[in-house]
Design a protein around this ligand. Structure first.
Ligand code: XMP
Length: 319
């Protein structure tokens, strides 16, 4: 892509000029924005960049290993894998209110990031994958939904508190341009095309109290569902797809016995920007094959439902 090739060179030049020989830190979430920002800054200043990947124990199956592995081994970035599952899951014990979950996770995220950043001697810059729409929205709809959505990712207020300056090399780009730049920088296509994943992660796909046992079941069911979607060639038609584990157990039959296990809901929507969404019209064959696979392959789930609510009136996530 000619345009992105030129943008890349110009951005690299500007990052070098801004950063000089100082150190840069970056909160890597595995999302497209922070990943492309990290790859670009790494190209500009190499080992002066350190990324912190905060593992809150609310990630999908094998997600931390895949993201950290890709950036370390494939892209050669310096990545700290902050294993803070116990801290987050401990603080979330007994919490079932959705906003309390989000606030708890957001607060701890900042604490953890700051702790690791403090350990990086001489860091003077904080890299963020802020896009052009984020810049516009935070100006014109301050406090509105888009700001709330991003609130977990941008470590708001932290840069000043830590005396850090911001490096935001994607500020002029829209999402599709960021994807093009990511491809240009050599990030794998499957990685760039990944569905969005919320900062609070599986916490908001586990309505009610979060337990490790429920999270394990949820991770397995979600992996089977996404595998089904990929196998049927539907992944790229869908904006977001995931499983929610419901806070209810129901009776089922398996062989000669009865089971008493969790019910889950499958969610899949099409959308342009996440603000409105339609549920995805899977075929009945797809749905029954997927339900059968989940029940056979995931111990702990004996009932599968499909969420056919659009947004509005529903939200995409369950919390
Ligand atoms: P809803 O559920 O509000 O989701 O229809 C719209 C989009 O935003 C994502 N989302 C979040 N992202 N922190 C995030 O980083 C959050 O607290 C959060 N809540 C929702 C959701 O996954 C969807 O893409």
């Amino acid at each position: 892509d000619w345009t992105m090739g030129a943008y890349r060179e110009e951005a690299v030049r500007m990052i070098r000029e801004q950063v000089g020989d100082a150190k840069v830190i970056c909160a890597l979430s595995g999302g497209v924005d922070s990943s492309v920002a990290a790859a670009l800054i790494h190209e500009a200043v190499g080992d002066q960049l350190t990324c912190v990947f905060v593992d809150h124990g609310l990630l999908r199956l094998n997600e931390a290993e895949e993201v950290v592995g890709m950036f370390r081994d494939h892209m050669n970035l310096h990545v700290i894998h902050a294993q803070e599952q116990d801290l987050f899951l401990g603080a979330l014990e007994g919490v079932s209110d959705p906003e309390t979950k989000r606030k708890t996770i957001g607060r701890l995220f900042i604490d953890v990031f700051q702790k690791y950043a403090d350990g990086i001697e001489g860091a003077r810059f904080l890299a963020q994958g802020t896009l052009y729409p984020d810049v516009i929205e935070s100006v014109s709809f301050a406090g509105g939904p888009s700001v709330t959505i991003k609130s977990h990712h941008n470590v708001g207020g932290l840069p000043e508190k830590m005396g850090l300056k911001l490096v935001e090399p994607l500020r002029e780009l829209f999402k599709d341009e960021v994807r093009a730049l990511g491809r240009e920088l050599g990030l794998p296509a499957h990685f760039i095309g990944r569905h969005p994943f919320p900062g609070p992660g599986l916490a908001i796909r586990c309505p009610g109290e979060i337990t490790r046992a429920k999270l394990d079941i949820l991770r397995k069911a979600d992996a089977v569902y996404i595998d089904q979607i990929r196998r049927h060639g539907l992944y790229d038609e869908i904006w977001q797809a995931f499983v929610a584990i419901l806070p209810v157990r129901t009776v089922g039959v398996m062989g000669d016995g009865r089971t008493y296990d969790y019910a889950c809901a499958l969610r899949a929507v099409t959308s342009v920007d996440g603000m409105t969404a339609d549920y995805y019209p899977f075929s009945h064959d797809f749905l029954s094959e997927t339900a059968t696979r989940i029940i056979n392959e995931v111990k702990g789930i004996n009932r599968v439902t499909y969420d056919i609510t659009s947004k509005p009136p529903g939200t995409i996530e369950w919390e």
